[in-house]
Design a protein around this ligand. Structure first.
Ligand code: AMP
Ligand code: ZN
Length: 409
């Protein structure tokens, strides 16, 4: 599997997290049914936006790794190549494309010539061969795209046969997929915005350079939206994974992202996160209750598998986990299958370090507010404070000496 990874010029947002969590879950399920999975997710650490912000990629790459661990991605078994460390393979592939007549150089830039590849447009299911060439353009055809960009004065750059420059975005993935997974890969994945032109261009490059099929399957996840609009850095309507993890937790973000099928749009909102949080708690309570009765729940496993094998329908898979939770609670049964099915989805029930970041002063404040609310007979507010803290992993215990609290673990 090759998953197109993030460009590291800022903290990652919840939309980026969806891609990472969904395909990590696909991988986990494939492993559960005994496939051996080689998994690559790159980091784009050189790009116009990174250059525009000054050299920030090192810092944000580290921050991305922190979030990825928090989201419980299977990091140890994943190759995460960085574009800046793969220049040799990238340049070599561009060179092959020039020699085969699929690409040409002009003034230190190299372009892929789209009309040179018959199959172009197959993924998007559309021919894009009408040339609307802008005046002054050095390209031969308006659809031609850059494989290599000549560096301007003062920009970070790499040496190449075409002078100092940096690679175009599309060629990076073609080169890294080939290096780590071979000419033909099984599953190529990314967000739906990457279908065109990014994946279409990758296919063109790889098929022309390798004379082989590029990917047997493409999978694209739909967007995380905010008020019907794509969450994105450029629109400014984004929430970083880090901020949301501090308010809720990494586990609840993962749980939220899996609660919809990857092919449907999902809306990010406080209500949606609260609902995810409540669902997560319900499962956690069932596990914590740790019933002892032995029961046969194999029917739930079968239905869970059926849901996952219906195009990885994690929404239905979670619905079946909820049904199982009800059955386990009712029979005071062992929650071992609940734990196992959650693990297949990568949902764990440890609290992340950010859970504990709500400090003692804050908790004491909340306890005081709750006391006040009770005095005012505002029991709704009192309950809300208790539940909000509970969501943060903090349980209040009313004793004769006053209210105490403990962290859940
Ligand atoms: P980028 O850094 O913008 O190239 O994004 C990295 C990955 O996150 C790509 O696979 C994108 O398709 C995906 N992505 C970006 N924004 C969203 C969003 N709002 N919802 C879902 N996926 C997204
Ligand atoms: Zn890519």
């Amino acid at each position: 599997m090759y998953v197109c990874g993030p460009t590291v010029y800022d903290y990652l947002h919840v939309g980026n997290a969806r891609t990472m969590v969904i395909f990590d879950t696909v991988r986990r399920y494939l492993e559960y049914i005994d496939y051996e999975v080689s998994y690559v997710q790159n980091f784009t650490d050189i790009d116009d936006k990174i250059i525009a912000r000054g050299d920030v990629s090192e810092k944000f790459l580290e921050e991305a790794l922190t979030d990825m661990k928090g989201l419980n991605l299977l990091m140890g078994k994943t190759k995460n190549p960085r574009v800046t460390e793969e220049m040799e393979e990238i340049i070599e592939m561009i060179d092959v494309l020039i020699k085969k007549g699929n690409a040409y150089e002009v003034n230190g830039d190299v372009y892929f010539h789209v009309p040179s590849y018959e199959g172009y447009g197959a993924l998007k299911k559309q021919d894009e061969h009408v040339s609307r060439l802008e005046e002054n353009s050095l390209k031969k055809h308006s659809s031609d795209f850059a494989l290599w960009k000549n560096a301007r004065e003062g920009e970070p750059s790499f040496e190449s046969p075409w002078g100092q420059g940096r690679p175009g975005w599309h060629i990076e993935c073609s080169a890294m997929a080939k290096k780590y997974l071979g000419e033909t890969i099984d599953i190529h994945a990314g967000g739906i915005d990457l279908l065109f032109p990014h994946h279409e261009n990758e296919i063109a490059q790889s098929c022309c350079a390798n004379d082989a099929d590029f990917a047997n399957f493409f999978m694209h996840n739909e967007f995380v939206n905010i008020n019907e609009e794509k969450m994105s850095k450029s629109l400014g309507n984004f929430f970083t994974i880090r901020d949301v993890a501090e308010r809720y937790s990494y586990e609840i973000i993962r749980f939220f992202l899996l609660s919809s099928h990857y092919g449907s749009k999902m809306n990010f909102s406080d209500e949606a996160m609260k609902a995810a949080s409540a669902g997560y708690e319900r499962i956690r309570n069932c596990i914590e209750a740790d019933g002892k009765n032995e029961e046969d729940f194999s029917e739930y496993r079968r239905r869970f598998e059926e849901a996952m094998e219906d195009d990885f329908n994690t929404a239905n898979a979670i619905a079946i986990i909820f049904e199982l939770v009800s059955a386990v609670n009712k029979l005071d049964a062992r929650p071992s299958l609940v734990i196992e099915l959650c693990e297949i989805l990568g949902i764990n029930f440890k609290f992340s370090e950010y859970k504990a970041s709500i400090n003692e002063m804050d908790i004491k404040d909340f306890i005081e507010q709750r006391e006040q609310a009770k005095k005012n007979k505002d029991f709704a507010l009192a309950d809300k404070i208790r539940n909000d803290l509970k969501e943060q992993g903090i349980t209040l215990i009313d004793t004769r000496e006053g209210t105490k609290y403990k962290y859940e673990s």
